[in-house]
Design a protein around this ligand. Structure first.
Ligand SMILES: [Zn+2]
Length: 271
């Protein structure tokens, strides 16, 4: 074999190996941010607006792939609060995905509160994909209270979405507002968790469908639980924390392992 042919063949082999590597390689590791309860107006309107702006600037510097906000975007939904919220949110340099909370759509949502949210903010439940992972954003108010048609529709969408993700071999993050539970999966229902029957049904669905983590807000205190390798995290807010933890957000790293860590808000210009 001539040197030229040998050269050509080694190039072909090298390209082929690179091609195989790129096909078999795992998705690139990435980071994203979980924010909770920006809730403009709960810790003081100007304060919450300012701390949300500080978080946006800080997150832009960290440069994660995207941000999720786990509900209670504002304390009282109206044209002004949502306009202010969106104006700050527009400064993110990366996509920001929103979930709705009880303050956004009411403790017992109805057609009017749901439509107001859908017109002002957008879809209240949907999914997106990133680097081969699925992120399923839910409307937990429709689980907290069974309001009939809308709850049923949401339930069947959720089950179908998880089923399709599993069929595509995707691993999934579920995002909502209410935590499923605070301490144990069998605890009684109260203001800060979901009804026991619904909670058990959801945990079973998570187990059956490659759910890696459930991200929520609502508690205004840090709640970190694990159940059968599924992480359940309600993080710190930028409005008011009941446990006196500093304001901040959670930075998730998704790679060979899936970790999250607290990042305190740089509050020097807040007061
Ligand atoms: Zn809430």
């Amino acid at each position: 074999m001539s040197n030229r042919v040998l050269y050509k063949n080694s190039y072909i082999i090298a390209f082929f190996l690179l091609f195989l590597l790129s096909c078999s390689g795992r998705p690139e590791p990435f980071t994203f941010v979980q924010m909770c309860d920006t809730q403009l107006g709960f810790g003081g309107y100007d304060h919450d607006l300012k701390s949300f702006k500080t978080a946006v600037n800080q997150i832009n510097t960290l440069n994660p792939d995207f941000v999720v906000i786990c509900g209670d975007l504002v304390e009282e939904p109206n044209d002004t609060s949502y306009k202010d919220f969106k104006k700050v949110m527009e400064d993110f340099n990366m996509p920001c995905y929103l979930a709705s909370g009880n303050h956004d759509i009411g403790n017992i949502p109805n057609d009017s509160t749901l439509n107001y949210y859908r017109n002002a903010i957008g879809k209240d439940y949907y999914k997106f994909e990133h680097n081969g992972y699925s992120f399923v954003v839910t409307n937990t108010q429709l689980w907290k209270v069974d309001i009939g048609g809308e709850s049923k529709k949401h339930d069947s969408w959720f089950k179908k979405t998880l089923r399709i993700d599993k069929a595509h071999n995707h691993q999934t993050f579920v995002i909502g507002h209410y935590p499923l539970f605070l301490k144990t999966i069998n605890e009684d229902e109260e203001y800060f968790n979901l009804p026991l029957t619904k909670r058990k049904e959801l945990i079973e669905l998570f187990e059956q469908n490659n759910v890696l983590a459930y991200l929520s807000g609502h508690t205004h205190k840090t709640v970190i639980n694990h159940y059968k390798n599924i992480q359940f995290i309600s993080g710190e807010t930028t409005s008011k924390n009941f446990d006196n933890n500093p304001f901040g957000f959670r930075l998730w790293t998704v790679g060979d392992t899936i970790n999250q860590q607290f990042v305190p808000l740089m509050t020097k210009d807040l007061n």
